[in-house]
Design a binder for this molecule. Structure first.
Ligand code: B1M
Length: 214
């Protein structure tokens, strides 16, 4: 099976909410030695965005969206294991979370996978995480970077809240910050005073390394 076939089938499995086939496609991609990051981004991630567009247009409903995200997670788990194959030793620490009120964590999971491949020790606090918890963890582990993900226009404010709380508590210079998620932009990052914005997982890695001066 060619890479193009794998990518096309990966997209299809998400749109059809076919978990068994998604797992089989991910396993086949790994077995055939294809780049797991490419299969994720051009295949499964593309599929889930298409699903989001259909949902936005009212052509599919919430239960299907939930099901497709479960299918996506099964595929991500398999590809993640392949991505982590040659993880080098840790050289920096990053705390990352999806902000309070927001349960979207698939994209953040991919960001975490790629950051780990660069030897960044990532503390993933999960989703729907209050700002105070993020700051507490960053202090506890002496993080170099705090990253937040937000997928809803309504929860984007959580990223601003983090900047505000860090400043209020005299901690702003102690950490670098990075924001991401579909509604976030470079303009938004500049506006709230975040140190970096990344559009996707690959850029998150580049920006994190730049923040660390590497
Ligand atoms: Co929801 N959802 N959802 N959803 N969902 C969106 C975001 C939406 C755009 C769909 C739509 O209407 N077209 C819409 C938001 C509209 C808006 O705010 N303007 C929406 C809505 C409305 C909702 C609910 C309100 C629906 C409802 O209940 N009526 C509800 C909200 C729940 C809540 O959070 N409180 C909801 C629920 C859900 C599910 C639970 C069903 C599921 C999430 C499952 C999960 O994540 N565990 C879900 C899904 C799957 C989506 C879509 C379809 C796909 C999101 C995704 O996984 N994308 C999404 C539509 C879309 O995004 N086009 C949608 C794939 C992923 C690889 O990309 O997450 O963008 P992404 O991550 C990228 C980059 O953004 C970046 O790198 C990642 C990898 O390349 N990135 C970072 C992300 N975080 C980063 C952090 C960084 C750097 C880069 O540094 C720290």
């Amino acid at each position: 099976m060619s890479l193009e076939d794998i990518i096309a089938e990966a997209r299809e499995t998400i749109l059809q909410c076919d978990q068994a086939r998604a797992v089989a496609v991910a396993e086949r991609a790994v077995a055939q030695g294809f780049d797991p990051v490419q299969v994720l981004s051009e295949g499964f991630s593309y599929g889930i965005r298409q699903m989001g567009d259909l949902f936005g247009r009212g052509e599919v409903f919430l239960p299907q969206l939930i099901l497709s995200s479960e299918v996506m997670k099964s595929a991500v788990a398999i590809l993640d294991a392949a991505i982590q194959g040659g993880t080098p030793q840790a050289k920096a620490k990053m705390v990352i979370a999806t902000v309070e009120g927001d349960v979207h964590d698939i994209g953040k999971g991919i960001v975490v996978s790629l950051l780990k491949t660069q030897g960044i020790e990532v503390y993933d606090l999960g989703r729907d995480v209050p700002t105070v918890k993020i700051i507490e963890k960053a202090l506890e582990v002496e993080a170099d970077i705090i990253g937040t993900s937000a997928l809803l226009t309504t929860t984007l404010m959580g990223q601003k809240k983090l900047e505000d709380e860090l400043r209020k508590n005299g901690l702003r210079d102690r950490f670098k910050t990075m924001v991401g998620g579909a509604p976030a932009t470079q303009r938004w990052a500049d506006r709230i005073g975040a140190d970096a914005y990344a559009e996707d997982a690959a850029e998150a890695v580049t920006k994190a390394l730049a923040l660390l001066g590497k």
